[in-house]
Write a protein that binds this ligand. Structure first.
Ligand SMILES: Cc1ncc(COP(=O)(O)O)c(C=O)c1O
Length: 387
Protein backbone atom coordinates (compact mmCIF):
# COMPACT_ATOMS: atom_id res chain seq x y z
CA UNK A 1 0.00 0.00 0.00
CA UNK A 2 1.32 3.51 -0.75
CA UNK A 3 2.00 5.47 2.45
CA UNK A 4 2.89 9.05 3.26
CA UNK A 5 6.52 10.12 3.52
CA UNK A 6 8.55 9.72 6.71
CA UNK A 7 9.46 13.42 6.63
CA UNK A 8 5.96 14.42 7.70
CA UNK A 9 5.34 11.50 10.05
CA UNK A 10 5.99 13.53 13.24
CA UNK A 11 4.00 16.63 12.27
CA UNK A 12 0.46 15.67 13.38
CA UNK A 13 -2.28 18.29 13.04
CA UNK A 14 -1.96 21.69 14.64
CA UNK A 15 -3.62 22.43 17.94
CA UNK A 16 -5.25 25.43 16.23
CA UNK A 17 -7.74 23.13 14.46
CA UNK A 18 -8.91 21.56 17.72
CA UNK A 19 -9.23 24.88 19.54
CA UNK A 20 -11.03 26.59 16.65
CA UNK A 21 -13.56 23.73 16.54
CA UNK A 22 -14.01 23.80 20.29
CA UNK A 23 -14.44 27.59 20.28
CA UNK A 24 -17.16 27.27 17.63
CA UNK A 25 -18.93 24.45 19.44
CA UNK A 26 -19.02 26.32 22.78
CA UNK A 27 -19.58 29.81 21.29
CA UNK A 28 -16.38 30.96 22.93
CA UNK A 29 -14.76 34.31 22.16
CA UNK A 30 -11.80 33.17 20.10
CA UNK A 31 -8.58 34.81 21.27
CA UNK A 32 -6.65 31.80 19.95
CA UNK A 33 -5.47 32.23 16.41
CA UNK A 34 -3.76 35.49 15.45
CA UNK A 35 -6.23 36.64 12.84
CA UNK A 36 -8.05 39.97 13.14
CA UNK A 37 -11.84 39.83 13.46
CA UNK A 38 -12.06 43.24 11.75
CA UNK A 39 -11.61 43.97 8.08
CA UNK A 40 -8.81 45.14 5.83
CA UNK A 41 -8.93 48.95 5.25
CA UNK A 42 -11.51 49.50 2.51
CA UNK A 43 -9.27 51.68 0.32
CA UNK A 44 -6.83 48.77 0.02
CA UNK A 45 -9.63 46.36 -0.89
CA UNK A 46 -10.79 48.85 -3.54
CA UNK A 47 -7.29 48.79 -5.03
CA UNK A 48 -7.46 44.99 -5.24
CA UNK A 49 -10.86 45.05 -6.96
CA UNK A 50 -9.71 47.71 -9.40
CA UNK A 51 -6.55 45.76 -10.19
CA UNK A 52 -8.57 42.62 -10.92
CA UNK A 53 -11.04 44.57 -13.07
CA UNK A 54 -8.34 46.35 -15.04
CA UNK A 55 -7.67 43.13 -16.91
CA UNK A 56 -3.91 43.66 -16.66
CA UNK A 57 -3.07 41.66 -13.56
CA UNK A 58 -4.98 38.41 -13.84
CA UNK A 59 -2.22 36.30 -15.37
CA UNK A 60 1.04 35.12 -13.78
CA UNK A 61 3.05 37.82 -12.06
CA UNK A 62 6.84 37.86 -12.53
CA UNK A 63 8.38 35.12 -10.33
CA UNK A 64 10.24 37.49 -7.96
CA UNK A 65 7.14 39.73 -7.66
CA UNK A 66 5.99 42.77 -9.63
CA UNK A 67 8.64 45.44 -10.00
CA UNK A 68 6.28 48.03 -8.47
CA UNK A 69 5.82 45.94 -5.31
CA UNK A 70 9.54 45.20 -5.08
CA UNK A 71 10.16 48.94 -5.37
CA UNK A 72 7.59 49.64 -2.65
CA UNK A 73 9.27 47.08 -0.36
CA UNK A 74 12.67 48.69 -0.96
CA UNK A 75 11.25 52.20 -0.31
CA UNK A 76 9.62 50.96 2.89
CA UNK A 77 12.98 49.59 4.11
CA UNK A 78 14.64 52.91 3.25
CA UNK A 79 11.87 54.99 4.88
CA UNK A 80 11.79 53.11 8.20
CA UNK A 81 15.27 51.62 8.58
CA UNK A 82 17.56 53.51 6.23
CA UNK A 83 18.33 50.24 4.45
CA UNK A 84 19.34 50.36 0.83
CA UNK A 85 17.70 47.45 -0.99
CA UNK A 86 18.05 46.66 -4.68
CA UNK A 87 14.49 46.15 -5.98
CA UNK A 88 15.78 44.20 -9.00
CA UNK A 89 17.89 41.59 -7.22
CA UNK A 90 17.38 42.09 -3.50
CA UNK A 91 13.65 41.33 -3.08
CA UNK A 92 11.42 38.27 -3.64
CA UNK A 93 7.66 38.38 -3.12
CA UNK A 94 6.38 35.16 -1.55
CA UNK A 95 3.14 33.49 -0.55
CA UNK A 96 3.11 35.01 2.91
CA UNK A 97 6.07 35.13 5.26
CA UNK A 98 5.51 31.40 5.77
CA UNK A 99 6.66 30.62 2.25
CA UNK A 100 9.40 33.25 2.54
CA UNK A 101 10.86 31.45 5.56
CA UNK A 102 10.58 28.02 3.90
CA UNK A 103 12.16 29.24 0.64
CA UNK A 104 14.91 30.95 2.66
CA UNK A 105 15.71 27.69 4.45
CA UNK A 106 15.58 25.66 1.22
CA UNK A 107 17.70 28.20 -0.63
CA UNK A 108 20.29 28.92 2.08
CA UNK A 109 20.68 25.75 4.17
CA UNK A 110 22.14 22.38 3.11
CA UNK A 111 21.02 18.94 4.32
CA UNK A 112 22.73 18.13 7.63
CA UNK A 113 23.34 21.80 8.55
CA UNK A 114 22.16 23.06 11.92
CA UNK A 115 19.69 25.92 12.22
CA UNK A 116 19.30 27.73 15.54
CA UNK A 117 15.76 28.56 16.55
CA UNK A 118 14.74 30.63 19.55
CA UNK A 119 11.76 29.10 21.31
CA UNK A 120 8.84 29.38 21.86
CA UNK A 121 8.70 29.80 18.07
CA UNK A 122 6.30 30.29 15.18
CA UNK A 123 5.18 26.76 14.54
CA UNK A 124 6.33 26.35 10.92
CA UNK A 125 10.06 26.86 11.61
CA UNK A 126 10.97 23.40 12.86
CA UNK A 127 8.88 21.44 10.30
CA UNK A 128 10.46 23.65 7.58
CA UNK A 129 13.95 22.79 8.86
CA UNK A 130 13.09 19.10 8.97
CA UNK A 131 11.67 19.16 5.43
CA UNK A 132 14.99 20.65 4.29
CA UNK A 133 16.78 17.68 5.96
CA UNK A 134 18.51 20.09 8.31
CA UNK A 135 18.70 19.98 12.12
CA UNK A 136 16.96 22.40 14.48
CA UNK A 137 18.91 23.48 17.58
CA UNK A 138 16.62 25.25 20.03
CA UNK A 139 17.50 28.01 22.49
CA UNK A 140 14.76 28.78 25.01
CA UNK A 141 13.50 32.14 26.20
CA UNK A 142 12.90 31.96 29.92
CA UNK A 143 9.68 33.25 31.49
CA UNK A 144 8.53 35.45 33.07
CA UNK A 145 10.82 37.93 31.26
CA UNK A 146 11.17 35.77 28.11
CA UNK A 147 14.89 36.41 27.78
CA UNK A 148 17.58 34.00 26.59
CA UNK A 149 20.56 32.93 28.65
CA UNK A 150 23.80 34.12 27.05
CA UNK A 151 25.60 30.83 27.79
CA UNK A 152 22.75 28.73 26.37
CA UNK A 153 22.82 30.86 23.23
CA UNK A 154 26.57 30.55 22.80
CA UNK A 155 26.54 26.80 23.33
CA UNK A 156 23.99 26.36 20.52
CA UNK A 157 26.57 27.58 17.98
CA UNK A 158 29.02 25.15 16.39
CA UNK A 159 30.88 24.58 13.14
CA UNK A 160 27.73 22.94 11.82
CA UNK A 161 25.55 26.02 12.36
CA UNK A 162 24.45 27.42 9.00
CA UNK A 163 21.57 29.71 9.93
CA UNK A 164 19.66 31.25 12.81
CA UNK A 165 15.99 32.19 12.64
CA UNK A 166 15.33 35.36 14.59
CA UNK A 167 11.80 36.58 15.17
CA UNK A 168 11.46 40.08 16.59
CA UNK A 169 8.93 41.37 17.65
CA UNK A 170 8.51 37.82 18.89
CA UNK A 171 5.44 35.59 18.64
CA UNK A 172 4.28 34.32 21.14
CA UNK A 173 6.17 36.10 23.94
CA UNK A 174 5.53 39.67 22.78
CA UNK A 175 9.23 40.42 23.34
CA UNK A 176 11.10 42.93 21.19
CA UNK A 177 14.79 42.15 21.34
CA UNK A 178 16.97 45.01 22.54
CA UNK A 179 20.05 46.30 20.76
CA UNK A 180 22.16 44.55 23.40
CA UNK A 181 20.46 41.19 22.80
CA UNK A 182 20.68 41.60 19.03
CA UNK A 183 24.35 42.53 19.28
CA UNK A 184 25.03 39.34 21.23
CA UNK A 185 23.29 37.28 18.51
CA UNK A 186 25.01 39.21 15.72
CA UNK A 187 28.49 38.75 17.19
CA UNK A 188 28.00 34.99 17.41
CA UNK A 189 26.65 34.86 13.84
CA UNK A 190 29.72 36.71 12.62
CA UNK A 191 32.10 34.54 14.66
CA UNK A 192 30.54 31.32 13.31
CA UNK A 193 29.76 32.65 9.81
CA UNK A 194 26.02 32.10 10.17
CA UNK A 195 23.17 33.44 8.01
CA UNK A 196 20.27 35.12 9.82
CA UNK A 197 16.72 34.60 8.61
CA UNK A 198 15.03 37.55 10.32
CA UNK A 199 11.27 37.11 10.65
CA UNK A 200 9.95 40.64 11.17
CA UNK A 201 6.26 40.21 10.33
CA UNK A 202 5.31 42.26 13.42
CA UNK A 203 7.77 45.07 12.60
CA UNK A 204 5.08 47.77 12.97
CA UNK A 205 3.30 46.16 15.91
CA UNK A 206 5.49 47.80 18.47
CA UNK A 207 4.67 49.65 21.68
CA UNK A 208 6.75 52.60 22.88
CA UNK A 209 9.28 52.75 24.43
CA UNK A 210 10.21 49.47 22.67
CA UNK A 211 11.89 50.04 19.33
CA UNK A 212 12.11 47.57 16.48
CA UNK A 213 15.73 47.21 15.39
CA UNK A 214 16.19 45.07 12.26
CA UNK A 215 19.26 42.90 12.83
CA UNK A 216 20.28 43.70 9.22
CA UNK A 217 21.04 47.27 10.38
CA UNK A 218 23.71 46.14 12.87
CA UNK A 219 27.38 46.44 11.82
CA UNK A 220 28.45 43.73 9.34
CA UNK A 221 25.05 42.06 9.45
CA UNK A 222 23.45 43.21 6.19
CA UNK A 223 25.44 40.81 4.05
CA UNK A 224 24.55 37.82 6.24
CA UNK A 225 20.83 38.53 6.78
CA UNK A 226 17.66 37.94 4.80
CA UNK A 227 14.67 39.75 6.26
CA UNK A 228 11.20 38.26 5.92
CA UNK A 229 8.01 40.25 6.37
CA UNK A 230 4.40 40.21 5.29
CA UNK A 231 1.38 42.37 4.54
CA UNK A 232 -0.86 40.13 6.65
CA UNK A 233 -0.47 41.81 10.04
CA UNK A 234 0.20 45.39 8.95
CA UNK A 235 -2.87 45.69 6.74
CA UNK A 236 -5.14 43.24 8.63
CA UNK A 237 -5.20 40.90 5.64
CA UNK A 238 -3.90 37.58 6.91
CA UNK A 239 -6.00 35.85 4.25
CA UNK A 240 -4.17 37.47 1.34
CA UNK A 241 -0.94 35.61 2.08
CA UNK A 242 1.52 38.03 0.50
CA UNK A 243 4.95 38.27 2.08
CA UNK A 244 8.47 39.06 0.97
CA UNK A 245 12.15 38.45 1.60
CA UNK A 246 14.78 41.16 1.15
CA UNK A 247 18.46 41.63 1.75
CA UNK A 248 21.76 41.34 -0.03
CA UNK A 249 21.31 40.11 -3.62
CA UNK A 250 23.65 37.13 -3.11
CA UNK A 251 21.43 35.64 -0.40
CA UNK A 252 18.12 36.74 -1.89
CA UNK A 253 19.00 35.09 -5.20
CA UNK A 254 19.41 31.85 -3.19
CA UNK A 255 15.91 32.31 -1.79
CA UNK A 256 14.60 33.02 -5.29
CA UNK A 257 16.21 29.79 -6.50
CA UNK A 258 13.94 27.85 -4.14
CA UNK A 259 10.88 30.12 -4.51
CA UNK A 260 10.77 29.65 -8.29
CA UNK A 261 9.99 25.96 -7.75
CA UNK A 262 7.87 26.27 -4.59
CA UNK A 263 5.19 28.72 -5.75
CA UNK A 264 6.91 30.32 -8.81
CA UNK A 265 4.80 33.50 -8.55
CA UNK A 266 2.14 34.75 -6.15
CA UNK A 267 -1.29 36.35 -6.49
CA UNK A 268 -0.96 39.18 -8.99
CA UNK A 269 -3.80 41.68 -8.25
CA UNK A 270 -2.92 41.62 -4.53
CA UNK A 271 0.58 42.81 -5.37
CA UNK A 272 -0.89 45.95 -6.97
CA UNK A 273 -3.00 46.66 -3.88
CA UNK A 274 -0.10 46.06 -1.48
CA UNK A 275 2.13 48.39 -3.51
CA UNK A 276 -0.47 51.08 -2.80
CA UNK A 277 -0.72 50.08 0.88
CA UNK A 278 3.01 50.04 1.62
CA UNK A 279 3.31 53.53 0.13
CA UNK A 280 0.63 54.93 2.49
CA UNK A 281 1.87 57.94 4.51
CA UNK A 282 3.31 57.62 8.02
CA UNK A 283 -0.11 58.52 9.44
CA UNK A 284 -1.39 55.04 8.48
CA UNK A 285 1.41 53.39 10.45
CA UNK A 286 0.83 55.69 13.45
CA UNK A 287 -2.90 55.02 13.43
CA UNK A 288 -2.26 51.27 13.27
CA UNK A 289 0.01 51.42 16.32
CA UNK A 290 -2.45 53.57 18.28
CA UNK A 291 -5.26 51.10 17.52
CA UNK A 292 -3.19 48.26 18.96
CA UNK A 293 -2.04 50.27 22.02
CA UNK A 294 -5.70 50.43 23.01
CA UNK A 295 -6.25 46.73 22.37
CA UNK A 296 -3.17 45.83 24.38
CA UNK A 297 -4.54 47.81 27.34
CA UNK A 298 -7.91 46.05 27.05
CA UNK A 299 -6.36 42.56 27.11
CA UNK A 300 -4.03 43.48 29.97
CA UNK A 301 -7.03 44.77 31.97
CA UNK A 302 -8.91 41.55 31.15
CA UNK A 303 -6.04 39.31 32.28
CA UNK A 304 -5.41 41.36 35.38
CA UNK A 305 -9.07 41.18 36.38
CA UNK A 306 -8.91 37.38 36.03
CA UNK A 307 -5.80 36.87 38.14
CA UNK A 308 -3.70 35.87 35.13
CA UNK A 309 -0.18 37.26 35.31
CA UNK A 310 1.46 38.46 32.13
CA UNK A 311 4.63 40.00 30.85
CA UNK A 312 3.46 43.23 29.17
CA UNK A 313 3.99 42.70 25.41
CA UNK A 314 6.49 45.11 23.87
CA UNK A 315 5.30 44.15 20.39
CA UNK A 316 3.06 41.77 18.36
CA UNK A 317 -0.62 41.18 19.12
CA UNK A 318 0.04 38.31 21.51
CA UNK A 319 0.45 38.02 25.25
CA UNK A 320 1.57 35.00 27.26
CA UNK A 321 -0.40 34.64 30.48
CA UNK A 322 0.55 32.65 33.55
CA UNK A 323 -2.54 30.75 34.73
CA UNK A 324 -0.85 28.85 37.58
CA UNK A 325 -2.58 31.00 40.22
CA UNK A 326 -6.07 30.00 39.04
CA UNK A 327 -5.78 26.48 37.58
CA UNK A 328 -3.85 23.30 38.23
CA UNK A 329 -3.18 21.38 35.00
CA UNK A 330 -1.45 21.41 31.64
CA UNK A 331 -1.80 24.31 29.21
CA UNK A 332 -4.00 22.14 26.96
CA UNK A 333 -6.27 21.24 29.89
CA UNK A 334 -6.53 24.90 30.88
CA UNK A 335 -7.29 25.91 27.28
CA UNK A 336 -10.07 23.33 27.03
CA UNK A 337 -11.50 24.44 30.39
CA UNK A 338 -11.32 28.12 29.47
CA UNK A 339 -12.97 27.52 26.11
CA UNK A 340 -15.77 25.26 27.35
CA UNK A 341 -16.55 26.61 30.83
CA UNK A 342 -15.50 30.27 30.68
CA UNK A 343 -16.20 30.94 27.00
CA UNK A 344 -12.81 32.34 25.96
CA UNK A 345 -10.41 30.43 23.69
CA UNK A 346 -6.63 30.78 23.85
CA UNK A 347 -3.71 28.68 22.60
CA UNK A 348 -1.57 26.28 24.64
CA UNK A 349 2.10 26.78 23.79
CA UNK A 350 3.08 23.10 23.24
CA UNK A 351 3.37 23.53 19.47
CA UNK A 352 5.76 26.47 19.96
CA UNK A 353 8.37 24.28 21.70
CA UNK A 354 10.72 21.41 20.97
CA UNK A 355 9.98 18.29 23.03
CA UNK A 356 13.12 18.96 25.05
CA UNK A 357 11.93 22.36 26.28
CA UNK A 358 8.14 21.98 26.30
CA UNK A 359 8.15 22.09 30.13
CA UNK A 360 9.27 25.73 30.00
CA UNK A 361 5.86 26.80 28.68
CA UNK A 362 4.04 24.88 31.38
CA UNK A 363 1.71 27.23 33.24
CA UNK A 364 1.31 29.62 30.28
CA UNK A 365 -1.19 30.12 27.46
CA UNK A 366 -1.19 32.62 24.62
CA UNK A 367 -3.95 35.16 23.98
CA UNK A 368 -4.26 37.07 20.69
CA UNK A 369 -5.60 40.62 20.97
CA UNK A 370 -6.10 41.40 17.27
CA UNK A 371 -9.84 41.49 18.02
CA UNK A 372 -12.52 44.17 18.20
CA UNK A 373 -12.48 46.32 21.34
CA UNK A 374 -15.97 45.00 22.13
CA UNK A 375 -14.77 41.39 22.00
CA UNK A 376 -11.81 42.16 24.24
CA UNK A 377 -14.08 43.89 26.77
CA UNK A 378 -16.51 40.97 26.70
CA UNK A 379 -13.61 38.54 27.12
CA UNK A 380 -12.63 40.53 30.24
CA UNK A 381 -16.11 40.08 31.69
CA UNK A 382 -16.03 36.33 31.07
CA UNK A 383 -12.46 35.87 32.31
CA UNK A 384 -13.37 37.64 35.58
CA UNK A 385 -15.27 34.42 36.47
CA UNK A 386 -11.89 32.75 36.98
CA UNK A 387 -11.41 34.72 40.21
C1 LIG B 1 6.23 34.99 13.71
C2 LIG B 1 5.42 34.74 12.49
N1 LIG B 1 6.03 34.54 11.32
C3 LIG B 1 5.33 34.31 10.19
C4 LIG B 1 3.96 34.29 10.20
C5 LIG B 1 3.22 33.98 8.93
O1 LIG B 1 2.95 35.09 8.18
P1 LIG B 1 2.12 34.95 6.83
O2 LIG B 1 0.68 34.83 7.21
O3 LIG B 1 2.45 36.16 6.08
O4 LIG B 1 2.58 33.70 6.16
C6 LIG B 1 3.27 34.48 11.40
C7 LIG B 1 1.80 34.43 11.43
O5 LIG B 1 1.18 34.31 12.44
C8 LIG B 1 4.02 34.72 12.56
O6 LIG B 1 3.42 34.90 13.75
Amino acid sequence: MPTSARRISTFGTTVFSEINMLAQQYHALNLGQGKPDFDTPSDIVTQLVQAAQAGLYNQYAPGPGTLSLRQAIASHAARFYDLEIDPAKGVVVTSGATEGIFSAILGLVDPGDEVIVIEPFYDSYVPNILMANAIAVCVPLHPPTWTFDADELRSAFSKKTRALILNTPQNPSGRVFTRQELTMIAELCIEYDVTVIADEVYEHLIFAPAQHIPIATLPDMFERTVTVSSAGKLFSMTGWKIGWVYGSPDLVQGVLGAHQFVTFAVHHPSQEAITYALNLPDTYYEMFQAMYEKKRQLILNALDGAGLKSCVPEGTYFVMADYSGVFDGTPLEFTRYLTKDIGVACIPPESFYSLEHAHIGHGYVRFAFCKSDEMLQQAGERLAKLQ
